[in-house]
Design a protein. Structure first.
Length: 703
């Protein structure tokens, strides 16, 4: 699918702008998740897809392709956090390749060279390129950038050419997936019978009285449940208790907190630096050289606020003075020196609602102007500006209520800047302002300010010293060395006063242990190296050392009783409570009698407009079985049997039922059903094909 020669004769683009979003579109990846170091394993097999083994080498190659694309698009090497997501994208890309390839071939679906050329340079440029190749001045797609890049490929280096070849494949794969999804999505159809049922569900109404008896009316102490009953429940409901590979861990945390000596040393140093800053003749150089903050010397522009740690401690801030040290919310010590205060370039703040007119003819512009004037009148009449901006705004500010932030006059086009800077009070400008981008409704939120500061800051972080870290590590290492089995682990923790924390049902691909993040190495140890009862070495996390013990290991399949005991106990206990409640109801012929049996713990309510399609019973909650039973009653005054729902037992009495009337046609209901099904098609197709492909993922052994 190499089209470089065809394309470079006519077209252009800066390599870094092609969308990472193409990979998002294909595999639904996430670029912002936690990550761990890439490690190898003893096996060469990382998984199976549609019966085909995926080797470690094949997977690594796909990772490198994805990583290369990321580097070309961003101009940088991915971080550790981003590498985790890149590996996930690579795996999902392999699934898509294997699962959908046979589907495309069976349907004879292809992307021709002419179609691909049209996608990147013709009349139908794909959205992924249009969104990324935007002229910063006009905010519109810039074909010139695309032409420049494509023409430059003739003399491009091998990396750039390889990158573009990879993009061609991504474009083609994306288009094939769109065709496939659309083919099935547009095949959705709802019959007249389905439409009639939908109408009936929405318009059949019942008037019912219902009494609700919550399970807590029977104390837990009155219910005896045996392990045999719990196991029998699991066997009867195996589909509810399917689990993946999992482990249970116990662990002890050794927090890396600074010692008293560390705190004394930091305070002494910040006080020394504060005095030196006070007498320094080169504030900026001194602050940059001695501070641990990235903004050691900065300018506070008009409209920007001074640091909270300064304003919350000092009432009258004066030029030339040094303030601090203060303790910040980040557990740092900071001191400030006000180097200068002066009147800088005025900056003000406003919000706007843009009604775009670029590329429109005069008649169309007139329609847009009329709409903008109508909205302006509504705002003048009391419509909230931010609400209107969110609803009608046509640029990126709409999602934040039209807020433009603080800006100088030269930051905006002349007509807009002159209108805002001419305002003498905050509030709505009672006329439309026209610029080359369209018509603007403007709300001035802050008048121009000029007050500007230059400040120097010395900030030191209070962290454990090397000596403190070594002391804490020795403590953790001693605990690990002396706890060679589960019994010693428990005894030593109790003797030393260490708290043992449990992490239950930890999955093979988990990255955290409860609130301990980036714990991937501990989880890999548990699945690959540990046996039940084994105690780990010391693992170093972000701010802690951890020693873990493997308490249990479970294979994929039906959960063991130990894994789901608490969940099953509730279910079995509630079944027994429901039986007791039902027994106490026997012989009661009215809802009032039933409620009286349980006093204030039970509730008696009326629902006058309950619909057949409802799943929630007012005053009770999710109760689909009860609602189904209600609409199964035939006569007014008839009562249901006691119905066991998740929250308790319900008995209902039908007062009246109003059947749905027949309508002339059910097209709207049929269309609604088809649309809803169509919207779920893409996801359901992927899940179904992945299930049929019997995907097995062993990557946890390697990463």
């Amino acid at each position: 699918m190499a089209l470089i020669k065809k394309i470079r004769q006519r077209t252009g683009l800066a390599i870094g702008v092609i969308a990472v979003g193409l990979i998002f579109f294909l595999v639904g990846g996430d670029i912002l998740s936690p990550n761990s170091t890439l490690l190898g394993g003893s096996s060469n097999k990382v998984g199976e897809i549609a019966g085909e083994s995926i080797t470690y080498e094949e997977y690594i190659q796909k990772i490198e392709e994805t990583k290369f694309s990321f580097q070309q698009n961003t101009g940088r090497t991915p971080s550790e956090a981003e590498m985790y997501s890149i590996r996930e994208q690579a795996w999902q890309a392999l699934i898509v390749d294997k699962v959908f390839k046979n589907q495309y071939e069976a349907l004879g679906m292809t992307i021709s060279d002419a179609e691909l050329v049209d996608m990147v340079q013709g009349e139908n440029i794909i959205p992924e390129l249009r969104q990324q190749l935007v002229n910063p001045t006009t905010g519109e797609f810039d074909r010139a950038q695309l032409i420049t890049f494509l023409q430059s490929l003739e003399n491009a280096g091998p990396e750039q050419r390889a990158f573009w070849a990879q993009q061609e494949k991504l474009f083609a794969d994306a288009r094939l997936r769109i065709k496939y999804d659309n083919l099935l999505a547009t095949s959705e159809y709802a019959t007249k019978a389905e439409g009639r049922l939908q109408h009936k569900m929405a318009n059949t109404i019942a008037d019912v009285d219902h009494v609700f008896i919550p399970f807590y009316v029977i104390p837990d102490a009155e219910i005896e449940v045996t392990d045999a009953e719990l196991k029998a429940y699991i066997n009867k409901h195996k589909e509810k208790f399917q689990v993946s590979n999992a482990v249970d861990l116990d662990y002890v945390v050794f927090n890396l907190y600074p010692s008293g000596e560390d705190s004394t040393a930091v305070i002494s140093e910040i006080e020394r630096l504060t005095e030196a800053l006070r007498t320094s003749e080169s504030d900026s150089a001194f602050a940059v050289r001695n501070s641990e903050t990235n903004n050691a010397f900065r300018t506070i522009l008009p409209g920007e606020t001074l640091p909270e740690s300064l304003t919350s401690n000092v009432d009258n801030i004066e030029v030339g003075e040094t303030y601090g040290p203060f303790v910040t919310a980040r557990s740092t010590y900071i001191s400030y020196k006000i180097t200068d205060k002066f009147n800088g370039t005025p900056r003000m703040r406003a919000s706007h609602i843009l009604f775009g007119t670029q590329g429109l003819e005069d008649a169309d512009k007139a329609e847009v102007k009329a709409q903008a004037e109508e909205i302006l009148k509504e705002i003048q009449g009391g419509l909230n500006f931010a609400t209107a901006a969110t609803q009608y705004g046509q640029d990126g500010t709409a999602q934040r209520g039209g807020d433009l932030g603080w800006f100088a006059k030269d930051d905006f086009v002349t007509e807009f800047a002159e209108a805002t800077y001419a305002a003498r009070a905050t509030g709505l400008i009672n006329r439309l302002v026209e610029t080359e981008y369209g018509y603007h409704i403007i709300n001035v939120t802050e008048l121009p300010k000029t007050e500007t500061y230059k400040i120097a800051a010395i900030e030191l972080e209070l962290i454990p010293s090397d000596a403190t870290r070594n002391d804490i590590f020795r403590q953790a290492d001693s605990f690990s060395a002396n706890s060679t089995n589960a019994k010693e682990f428990q005894a030593n923790a109790e003797a030393e006063g260490f708290r043992i924390i449990q992490a239950n049902g930890v999955g093979a691909f988990s990255r955290n242990l409860n609130n301990q993040t980036n714990a991937r190495e501990i989880i890999r140890w548990a699945f690959n190296d540990a046996s039940v009862g084994k105690v780990s070495q010391v693992f170093e996390l972000d701010n802690t050392y951890i020693v873990a013990k493997l308490r249990g290991k479970y294979e994929e399949g039906v959960a063991s009783l130990d894994q789901v005991r608490a969940q099953v106990l509730v279910q079995v206990r509630n079944e027994k409570k429901a039986a007791k409640i039902t027994e106490r109801i026997k012989g009661k012929t009215t809802l009032e009698e039933i409620k009286a049996e349980f006093g204030d713990d039970a509730s008696l309510d009326n629902s006058a407009d309950l619909t057949l399609g409802s799943s929630v019973l007012p005053g009770v909650g999710f109760a689909p079985r009860a609602i189904g039973a209600i609409f199964g009653l035939k006569n007014s005054g008839e009562m249901t049997k006691p119905i066991h729902e998740d929250v308790g037992v319900i008995v209902a009495k039908l007062n009246a039922i109003t059947p749905a009337t027949e309508v002339a046609d059910y097209n709207s209901y049929q269309a609604s059903i088809a649309q809803n099904n169509s919207q779920r098609t893409t996801y359901m197709i992927m899940m179904a094909l992945e299930d049929l492909a019997n995907v097995k993922d062993y990557r946890y052994k390697f990463f």
